[in-house]
Design a protein around this ligand. Structure first.
Ligand SMILES: [Zn+2]
Length: 203
């Protein structure tokens, strides 16, 4: 049985600039996809604002007790320690979450701290889709170091042609016929001079 603030890595998943319990992270990441579409990248306020370790909670609790910090839950009782709460930095975040968060399980309607507008708690059962990951889209693969340009043509007959010019001047060329499921032809070792004279490959 996992303890508050001591969740093993296997029970956590990344969100943009933080981590949450796996199901809470999936829903948060999906919410963030929709939020990004509307122009806002949702991020936690700081490094202790999504999943929070027990020792971080002790630190915040002591700051609160000393009159230096905001209200903090007794160590071992915070929803942050279960990886199901997120604090966000500003009104834009709070409005966005109120507007579109509920179908993903995030809403002030079921907050355990209604007086804290920045604190939102995950409620399971609303979002059941996949985790799109912290960036919401597949990572763009890195091009090889010697790749200097990429050129793609879509022909009227449905052929897709790809040209890659390397730093040494070599052009790599491949094409795919509209009917084929895979690239059906390729040409390498073509120099710059022939860039526009490759003609109609793949006939
Ligand atoms: Zn909080």
């Amino acid at each position: 049985m996992s303890e508050n603030g001591k969740l093993p890595a296997s029970e956590l998943a990344p969100i943009a600039q933080g981590q949450l319990r796996i199901d809470a992270a999936a829903a948060w990441n999906a919410l963030n996809v929709e939020s990004r579409r509307r122009g806002l990248e949702l991020v936690p306020t700081g490094s202790m604002s999504s999943y929070r370790t027990y020792s971080q909670q002790v630190y915040l609790w002591e700051e609160y007790q000393a009159g230096r910090g905001a209200l903090a839950a007794v160590p071992g009782t915070s929803n942050h320690g279960w990886g199901t709460a997120v604090d966000t930095p500003d009104q834009r975040h709070w409005s966005m979450i109120e507007q579109i968060g509920a179908p993903y399980g995030y809403s002030k309607a079921w907050s355990d701290a209604p007086s804290e507008p920045w604190h939102v708690v995950y409620q399971p059962g609303h979002y059941t889709g996949p985790d799109p990951g912290p960036y919401g889209i597949p990572a763009i693969p890195e091009l090889p170091e010697d790749t200097v340009s990429l050129f793609v043509i879509l022909n009227k007959d449905g052929r897709v042609e790809v040209f890659v010019e390397q730093s040494d001047g070599e052009v790599w060329h491949a094409w795919q016929k509209s009917a084929g499921g895979a690239f059906e032809g390729a040409q390498t070792g073509v120099r710059n001079a022939t860039w526009f004279t490759l003609g109609t490959p793949g006939k």
